[in-house]
Design a protein around this ligand. Structure first.
Ligand code: 4AD
Ligand code: MG
Length: 465
């Protein structure tokens, strides 16, 4: 069996040769003496046009009556057609109907809404849009590994089940084997998690950062790339309960260095996808987001903006004073909302923007405190159309400052025993960031809903299949 991608890549070698291809019907036309099948086998974005001759093809009637979605194995001769829109067609000699699609096949040739297709998670990857999205997702994942591996970073797999809350935000899914109908109880009548599987309360990880830091203190530069879970009750276009995060962690690195690596990584992935997914990007550019290609090209070749939180708030306050309406009023100390992030990147800087040195009270406990006593060395990367795509920081490497912060926030110090240990045994300044992989895929494709870049999305109220 030859894959259609190979036919496009080496058409001169295949011209006039007999080949066998296997794939799924995208459309069928019966023109009396002739018929056409458009076939896709998933190997590339492009389809293969197959010509059937009623006289020569034994089961012409059977094939001509098939529905879109049917699986066929076709043997024929590849005819080069340089003066037609498609460079070649396959003249069928035999067609094996491997699996006919029943007439109630929900995927149709005409364009269907993304809302409807979300109800067809098992079939939607057969559409042009979703095949393109998930190929870009795959290629972008590979590009991320390549970027870090080329630079000597070690890939670390951090645990999915953990007893610590890496972000200290309490947005965790509980993991337990306790039967809610019959839980073991302590003497004062509470559920006794000491008798649970791990002997304590555990959760699905919200970030691999804390464990990545362990490895950064031995390998220097490391990264994670894995599933991450958040029980945030936010039903938005950019939040999922299960998403993938890329978390590099770098020893002897400060906030500037961390931003440099973030920026280089994003540009590398954009370039890699532009090079390896041209057909997919053409499609997105035509049907999903008209400015996509030009924007990606621009982003790949120009510097990102960098602005402090304090200056960003001034920009937003000026906009507010000039009459721009924000749903959440802006003042120093607020957590930036999506509308603020979008204003900064879409109206003001008009490009990806790092916002740095946020107030410590809206950021995680592990971020390094600045000398002003009010802010921490954080850097979020915001992009037009989405808002925050990367959250990063320099970490607090000073034992006394970190211990004080954990106490101040009323967090359970025992949970962070190992984390504090790192500050006892050869601590050093270090930094890292977390890239939301789905948000990157949204950015690369122009698809504006996280549900449409996750193969099987889990969001509030949705965990089918
Ligand atoms: O900003 P966050 O919460 O940072 C961390 O978790 C750090 N531990 C990262 C680090 O420094 N190693 O999350 C990082 C990124 C966000 O910028 C966003 O892109 C993505 O993860 N993200 C989500 N993506 C989809 N759905 C959600 N519910 C997300 N929450 C965060
Ligand atoms: Mg964040």
């Amino acid at each position: 069996r030859t894959r259609i991608a190979q036919l496009y890549a080496h058409m001169d070698e295949f011209g006039d040769k007999t080949v066998t291809v296997a794939g799924w019907v995208r459309s069928i036309r019966d023109m009396k003496n002739f018929g056409f099948v458009v076939l896709n086998d998933g190997s590339c974005f492009k389809d293969l046009q197959v010509v059937m001759n009623r006289e020569k093809l034994a089961n012409y009637e059977e094939v001509a009556a098939l529905t879109v979605g049917s699986a066929l194995i076709i043997t024929g001769e590849l005819a080069l057609t340089p003066d037609r829109p498609q460079p070649f067609e396959l003249q069928a000699k035999t067609i094996v109907v491997e699996g006919a699609a029943q007439p109630d096949y929900p995927m149709q040739k005409k364009r269907q809404t993304r809302e409807f297709l979300r109800t067809q998670q098992h079939l939607r990857s057969r559409t042009n849009l979703f095949r393109a999205v998930f190929r870009v997702r795959s290629v972008a994942a590979f590009a991320i590994h390549r970027f870090f591996q080329e630079r000597g970073f070690v890939y670390v797999n951090t645990p999915i089940i953990t007893a610590s809350d890496a972000e200290g935000a309490g947005e965790m899914f509980r993991v337990t084997t306790i039967d809610p109908a019959n839980p073991p109880l302590t003497q004062d009548g509470k559920v006794d998690y000491g008798q649970d599987f791990f002997g304590k309360q555990t959760n699905l990880t919200v970030s691999g950062q804390l464990q990545a830091e362990n490895f950064a203190m031995s390998f220097g530069d490391v990264y994670t790339f894995g599933p991450t879970f958040r029980a945030e009750n936010s039903n938005t276009r950019r939040h999922a309960a299960e998403f993938w995060m890329v978390e590099p962690e770098m020893a002897f690195c400060d906030l500037e260095g961390e931003m440099d690596v973030s920026e280089q990584m994003l540009k590398y992935v954009i370039n890699y996808v532009m090079e390896h997914c041209p057909d997919e990007l053409d499609m997105f550019n035509k049907f999903v987001d008209k400015g996509l290609k030009e924007r990606l090209q621009h982003v790949a070749t120009s510097d990102f903006a960098r602005v402090s939180y304090t200056d960003a708030v001034k920009i937003l306050e000026d906009a507010q004073a000039a009459g721009h309406k924000f749903e959440y009023p802006v003042k120093w100390g607020i957590d930036l909302q999506t509308e603020h992030e979008r204003y900064l990147t879409e109206q003001h800087f008009k490009k990806p923007t790092f916002v740095t040195n946020y107030p410590k009270d809206i950021k995680a406990f592990y971020m390094r405190q600045n000398d002003d006593g009010k802010t921490v060395a954080a850097a979020d990367c915001l992009v037009p159309g989405i808002g925050e795509i990367i959250g990063g920081s320099q970490r607090e490497e000073r034992l006394d400052v970190l211990e004080r912060r954990i106490e101040e926030l009323g967090m359970d110090k025992d949970q962070y025993k190992y984390y504090l240990d790192l500050r006892r045994y050869g601590t050093c300044h270090h930094a890292g960031f977390g890239l939301g992989f789905e948000r990157l895929v949204m950015y690369l494709t122009g698809v504006d809903n996280i549900r449409d870049v996750l193969p099987h999305p889990r969001t509030v109220g949705n965990a089918d299949f």
